[in-house]
Design a protein around this ligand. Structure first.
Ligand code: DMJ
Length: 637
């Protein structure tokens, strides 16, 4: 016994003097406090921590990959990763936003063409905040007036003549893209129907674990693309599947971000384009399932959510110290605002507005937004800043929130231009060869690498150029063009004319992947996305030419017998395919190509913003939507 050796302590029955007892007790209680405190610093995976700390919101969990799509590689079931769940509150107090129910709509051809059903819209919008009114979002679904919405569009969604241009070469190219879509779709339908993606080499389906047991990602992601391309037979098959087979009663762990951008985004677009009521019902039902992810001490959602009734959420096993990812929690705004719009339930908007509030309060190093934030403390967890994976679509959603609000969301505007200024001051670089690029920032040290994902920023800076300070507008447009040019260079410098996953500007290289594991191309859209925006903004024919180069390269290197596949190395002509036709190829890559070869009035930027999965969402013209006078300017297609 230790005590026997202490001077002044008798061996008989611990005969301690009173003062000694006091000191001993003091020491003991100090020790216990210390041990308990230390638990908070243990990694979340340590069992002791899970036993002693409550399973609720005190728990940060692990890591995740924002819009680094390859998060799917990391996306193992939470339990496999030793993640600790935080159980969400079982019910959320909902504020209801009630309108007098209007005449419910039927899916008629007339409405598809923007028919003007008369509805009683004379009642002002009422916000009832009562604890006793716990409205389910779906209670108010029939109060959104589709015909009113259509009447507030400036242009027919599909433009004149479906967006067909008067230039024969452009039309041929557009037809080619449509054929690629049909080919991808037909093979998906034949070999992978109802699964999430097609595996074109093995001719089977892939389910994966990003969507928590939800199925049909390629179907949901394709609805709007098929619709705008006029592939109506295919669209109708997709629609029927959603109506009869899309089962939202899944109990699996899903990426909040991925479910939001693909499923919520895809269903919202399908609704706004077609007016089919069941899309609205489904999307609001799904939206409700995502709410428990926000039950954290700060309201910053965790990355992984159980779609079942448990309301459990986790942080990614790979995200440092249980943090949430900027590109994940920062890429909900557009869809959530529309969920509130359709359900007349403000809760969705409140959730995303709160994210903004947290971000506005916290100090930003050099004005930059690091990629990892603790949903528990609301502090940054690491100082890694990137316009590519982990950060990307957060910035995109700032400017798009502003545009989607009909330029009334001044907060979003301020945050966007503030962030852009910091990005320019700290990340934008010029290579010795004259290429402009966005480096990554690690606690003040620059990593001279640009990911394929970061190539969306050409388009983003382009669409935001016009609302910047007057003296900066041309500069922003030039910057957008320079970045798009650099991304095009990353394509032209490869043997296949497709770009690598990441390219670097060091060790003598410029716009080329210097590391073996950065050489792959998984049918990503970002470079083509920027071509599309830059075409619309400048009408410089080079963007259409660059898009056509990409079509040819895709045909040559990614088209296989039964679909399109990613490739493992863009620098070699002996193709090694990855056997995956990503759902974003159908929703983004092919849609942006099709838009590039169409007239600007097909999904006009005056009426629509695209979510980060290229699903078009309408600009909310509040004054028009709430104008009690019937709309006379209903557009027809
Ligand atoms: C898409 O799912 C989205 O564009 C996301 O924002 C980033 N990654 C993929 C495509 O590369």
């Amino acid at each position: 016994m230790v005590f026997r050796k202490l001077p002044g302590v008798s061996a008989s029955g611990m005969g301690l003097r009173l003062s000694q007892k006091f000191v001993f007790l003091l020491f003991l209680s100090g020790l216990v406090t210390l041990c308990f405190g230390a638990l908070f610093f243990l990694p979340d995976s340590v069992r002791l921590k899970r036993i002693f700390l409550s399973k609720t919101e005190t728990q940060p969990v692990t890591v995740g990959s924002g819009s680094e799509n390859d998060a799917r590689e990391h996306l193992k079931r939470p339990k496999e990763q030793g993640m600790t769940p935080a159980k969400g509150e079982s019910s959320t107090k909902l504020k209801s936003l009630i309108r007098k129910p209007s005449v419910s709509h039927e899916a008629t051809e007339e409405r598809l063409a923007g028919g003007k059903a008369q509805e009683d819209l004379t009642l002002p919008r009422l916000i009832t905040e009562s604890a006793s009114v716990k409205a389910s979002s779906s209670d108010n679904l029939d109060t959104f007036s589709y015909s009113k919405f259509k009447g507030c569009l400036l242009k027919p969604p599909l433009g004149r003549d479906g967006g067909q241009t008067s230039d024969p070469t452009t039309n041929e190219r557009r037809e080619k893209v449509k054929e690629m879509m049909k080919f991808s779709w037909d093979n998906y339908k034949r070999y992978a129907w109802g699964k999430n993606e097609l595996r074109p080499l093995t001719k089977n389906g892939h389910i994966g674990n990003m969507f928590g047991g939800l199925r049909g990602a390629s179907i949901i992601d394709s609805l709007d693309t098929l619709y705008i391309m006029g592939l109506m037979e295919e669209y109708n098959d997709a629609k029927e599947w959603v109506q009869t087979s899309l089962d939202l009663n899944s109990n699996g762990e899903a990426s909040l971000f991925e479910v939001n951008i693909r499923y919520v985004g895809g269903l919202l677009s399908a609704y706004y384009l077609t007016g089919e009521e069941f899309y609205k019902k489904k999307v609001v039902e799904l939206g409700e399932k995502l709410l428990p992810a926000f039950n954290t001490p700060t309201g910053i959602p965790r990355g992984v959510i159980n779609l079942g009734s448990s309301g459990t959420s986790w942080s990614w096993g790979w995200a440092s110290a249980g943090s949430s990812i900027l590109a994940e929690f920062g890429t909900l705004h557009l869809e959530f605002v529309h969920l509130s719009e359709l359900s007349r339930n403000p809760i969705y908007t409140e959730k995303v507005m709160n994210i903004r509030k947290v971000l506005n309060k916290i100090e930003k190093p050099h004005g930059l937004y690091p990629n990892f934030l603790s949903p528990v403390s609301g502090n940054w967890v690491q100082h890694h800043v990137s316009i590519g994976g982990l950060g990307d679509s957060f910035y995109e959603y700032l400017i798009k929130s502003y545009l989607m609000s009909d330029k009334s969301d001044d907060d979003a505007k301020k945050m966007y231009y503030g962030a852009l200024e910091a990005i320019e001051a700290n990340l934008v670089q010029k290579s010795p060869g004259g290429l402009t690029y966005m480096a990554e920032w690690r606690g003040g040290i620059l990593d001279h690498k640009m990911g394929h994902l970061a190539c969306f920023s050409g388009g983003m800076i382009g669409i935001g150029a016009d609302d910047g300070e007057p003296e900066k507008r041309q500069h922003y447009l030039d910057l957008a063009a320079e970045i798009t040019h650099t991304c095009h260079e990353s394509y032209t410098r490869s043997a296949t004319k497709l770009g690598p996953e990441a390219f670097r500007f060091d060790s003598g290289g410029e716009a080329t992947a210097t590391r073996l594991n950065d050489r792959y191309y998984i049918l990503r859209p970002e470079v083509i996305e920027s071509y599309m925006y830059m075409w619309r903004l400048t009408h410089d024919p080079k963007y259409r030419e660059w898009g056509w180069e990409a079509v040819q390269a895709l045909e040559q290197h990614c088209r296989v017998e039964s679909g399109f596949s990613g490739i493992r190395d863009v620098y070699t002509l002996t193709a090694s395919h990855d056997n995956m036709q990503q759902s974003f190829f159908l929703s983004e890559t092919l849609k942006y190509l099709y838009l590039l070869f169409s007239d600007d009035d097909l999904l006009s930027l005056e009426d629509w913003v695209f979510n980060t999965e290229a699903h078009p969402l309408p600009i909310i013209r509040r004054s028009c939507l709430e104008d009690p006078a019937p709309q006379d300017k209903t557009v027809s297609e």
